[in-house]
Design a protein around this ligand. Structure first.
Ligand SMILES: [Zn+2]
Length: 383
């Protein structure tokens, strides 16, 4: 994270953005459970991290123990849900059978969402304190989508591509190495261009962090969110040459993926007066756009939505601008909750490599990158 922050600050410097309080950085610390390495060998085949398996981000460290496997039976479970007695009977059998064993969940998809949730959460119901040396192996038909955790729990859980499940499953080897850090250092990167009207601000944001790496396997985060940072930098370059009406503040946030921590820290410790922000534009996932864009909060701030659509239809820029209500799913949210009018803009289309190791530069089509620059430059100018 430090290298990316320095790179962005260097770009801010080259573009000629002003510092706030004589620094581009706003430092803070955060708790994070770091997955340093993980390995898994099934039926004598070494599986690849990020492709064949990932681990749950709140996992604790574990190394191989030759436990017997307990294979959870989803159909038995589903049948048991039909009567209270059957369920009590199932839970009793299940509690006895799983003790001191590695638990295997076969790939399964229930018709009902709440059952899928229950199935996924099952490992956390077992008494982990009695089962320190066992791991949970969750085989899934779903795409492997990684994330981060701010806590470490007392379970160690693998998510594995369902095609590796078989009835004669043999788990040959596994390990997870984690390190919990309470005060992991992170920093937001902030720069400014003074406008002719210094009393009001427009804030442009994009998070620069992603999911880091596990062992040698790296999650590049090209679409999420190097593309948004590139978008922010291009706007900064444009406005350095074409001075804006309102002052512009550019913020590249850290620690979005761990739970909007950089933006939350900023609104708790603001370097600008939040009440002076006329509008905030947060760009996150700007790598595609062939199917248009979608905007969180556009059904709340409708006047701005009309303006965007006017510009778009006049200049014929993107296919569509889709409306969406509020959602606390990116860095606009902590500002919105403090009463700052804000949009979160993301592109539609692209290859769909969300939070996986294939989100690489070469998979970005940047289909509407320039048109989107035109759209938002015009939007900011007419604001
Ligand atoms: Zn993102």
């Amino acid at each position: 994270m430090g290298k990316s922050a320095d790179f962005i600050a260097d770009q801010f410097d080259k573009i000629g953005l002003e510092k706030i309080n004589s620094s581009y950085f706003q430092e803070f610390t955060m708790p994070i459970n770091i997955i340093k390495d993980a390995a898994l060998k099934i039926n004598n085949q070494k599986l690849r991290y990020g492709i064949d398996f990932i681990v749950k981000p709140n996992s604790k460290s574990i190394s191989f123990h030759e436990n017997p496997n307990y294979i959870f039976d989803p159909l038995d479970f589903e049948n048991a849900l039909k009567s209270e007695n059957a369920l009590i009977d199932f839970i009793q059998r299940d509690m006895l059978a799983q003790n001191s064993k590695n638990v295997v969940f076969p790939p399964h998809h229930f018709e009902v969402d709440s059952l899928n949730q229950y199935y996924k959460n099952w490992p956390s119901f077992y008494r982990p304190e009695e089962n320190r040396n066992r791991a949970i192996f969750f085989f899934t038909k779903e795409k492997l989508t990684a994330s981060l955790s701010q806590v470490q729990d007392s379970i160690s859980e693998f998510f594995i591509d369902g095609k590796y499940f078989s009835n004669d499953l043999k788990i040959n080897d596994y390990k997870i190495e984690t390190e919990f850090q309470n005060n992991f250092k992170a920093k937001n990167v902030i720069g400014k261009i003074e406008g002719t009207n210094k009393d009001s601000l427009i804030v442009i944001t994009a998070h620069y962090d992603h999911l880091g790496k596990v062992g040698d396997v790296y999650f590049p985060g090209a679409s999420d969110n190097a593309s948004g940072v590139a978008f922010l930098l291009e706007l900064a370059k444009y406005y350095k040459k074409n001075l804006p009406k309102y002052s512009l503040v550019f913020i590249a946030f850290a620690a979005e993926e761990a739970g909007l921590l950089g933006s939350t820290y900023f609104v708790e410790n603001p370097l600008v007066d939040l009440s002076k922000i006329k509008f905030l534009l947060n760009f996150d996932i700007m790598g595609a756009g062939e199917d248009g864009i979608q905007i969180v909060n556009s059904s709340i701030f409708t006047k701005e939505f009309e303006l965007l659509n006017q510009i778009n239809s006049k200049q014929n820029l993107v296919k569509q601008i889709k409306k969406r209500g509020e959602a606390c799913n990116s860095d606009h949210c902590p500002f919105y909750e403090k009463g700052v009018p804000s949009y979160f803009v993301y592109t539609l289309g692209g290859p769909g490599h969300y939070h996986d190791i294939f989100d690489k530069g070469e998979s970005l089509n940047l289909a509407e990158f320039e048109d989107l620059q035109k759209l938002f430059v015009e939007f900011i100018n007419q604001f």
